[in-house]
Design a binder for this molecule. Structure first.
Ligand SMILES: [Zn+2]
Ligand SMILES: [Zn+2]
Length: 294
């Protein structure tokens, strides 16, 4: 098998330099992708800098990958050579633990990040378990599809989890790589969208992307007003230490009740009956578990 050529970090924070490796024999459940596009996610930068203390050098970063299937393993039936596909953060999992069986492969103790202790997408090719290789619809241009595979799903997922719909009010904190996609998703879900940014000059673009309101989070009066009606999504970002926004928003956020995941329904007798759906929806992130009127 030919060597895979790419650009690798050879030390923490170092410039990416040419690198090649032998991928070995293609596994029976693996797909090899000939890469045409790869996004730049901030997690790549964290890995290059070893911010998380888990990086092993040299390695090729990149996990927002688009390309064409170049080869499939003997047991792969879902994909064909030549098909345009995408690969995101995760490239493998055990496939049989309780998490994998529930479709929560990201929680699998054996899950493998595409460029964590393996080589990712700043290369001519990459390999992954076929279960994590996704056909890309024709309507999507490759350069637009690539960022959806990590940044996009990161903001899309909480909107699904929280059931965002046309009666929702969604606040997007930080109008950057993730935020600009989050605005568009929330708008497409039909929600009333409020964009928060410390940069007043992002208002025009935020509104063009679909934001109905724009709040400069350096203005405490505007924040005080907003926390009365905004549904908070992407809580990890809000609580994160990486965004300067959090310092401005923290006082407002602390006035809200913390989100609690759904609890077992007392109406579920444990024999598989569907839970009752009476009363407030506890899966919602509203402080009191109720939808606020628009
Ligand atoms: Zn598993
Ligand atoms: Zn990422």
């Amino acid at each position: 098998m030919a060597q895979i050529q790419g650009l690798a970090a050879h030390a923490a924070g170092a410039e990416l330099l040419p690198f090649h490796y032998d991928p070995g024999r293609l596994g029976s459940q693996e797909v090899e992708i000939a890469i045409t596009h790869c996004g730049v996610c901030h997690s790549d930068l964290h890995l290059i800098a070893n911010d998380w203390g888990i990086s092993q050098y040299p390695f090729i970063p990149g996990h927002e990958i688009i390309g064409a299937v170049a080869a499939v393993g003997g047991q792969v039936r879902s994909l064909q050579v030549g098909q345009r596909v995408g690969l995101g953060w995760q490239s493998n999992s055990c496939g049989h633990c309780e998490w994998c069986n529930r479709g929560l492969e990201n929680l699998c103790p054996d899950n493998e990040g595409t460029c964590v202790h393996r080589n990712g997408g700043y290369a001519d090719s990459v390999r992954a378990n076929a279960r994590f290789v996704i056909p890309i619809p024709e309507a999507l241009a490759s350069e637009n599809a690539a960022p959806l595979l990590c940044g996009g799903i990161t903001v899309y997922n909480p909107m699904c989890t929280h059931g965002v719909n046309p009666s929702s009010r969604v606040g997007i904190v930080g109008i950057g790589g993730l935020g600009h996609m989050a605005i568009q998703f929330a708008h497409a879900f039909g929600a009333e969208v409020t964009a928060f940014s410390t940069s007043a000059d992002k208002e025009e673009e935020a509104r063009a992307l679909g934001a109905h309101k724009f709040i400069n989070s350096r203005e405490s009066k505007a924040i005080k007003e907003a926390h009365r009606y905004v549904v908070l999504c992407g809580r990890s970002t809000l609580a994160g230490r990486h965004t300067g926004l959090s310092a401005h928003l923290r006082p407002a956020l602390h006035q809200r009740q913390p989100y609690r995941p759904p609890q077992p329904d007392p109406g579920d007798d444990g024999r598989g009956r569907p839970p009752r759906r009476e009363g407030p929806d506890r899966s919602l992130p509203h402080g009191q578990g109720q939808r606020s009127p628009r």
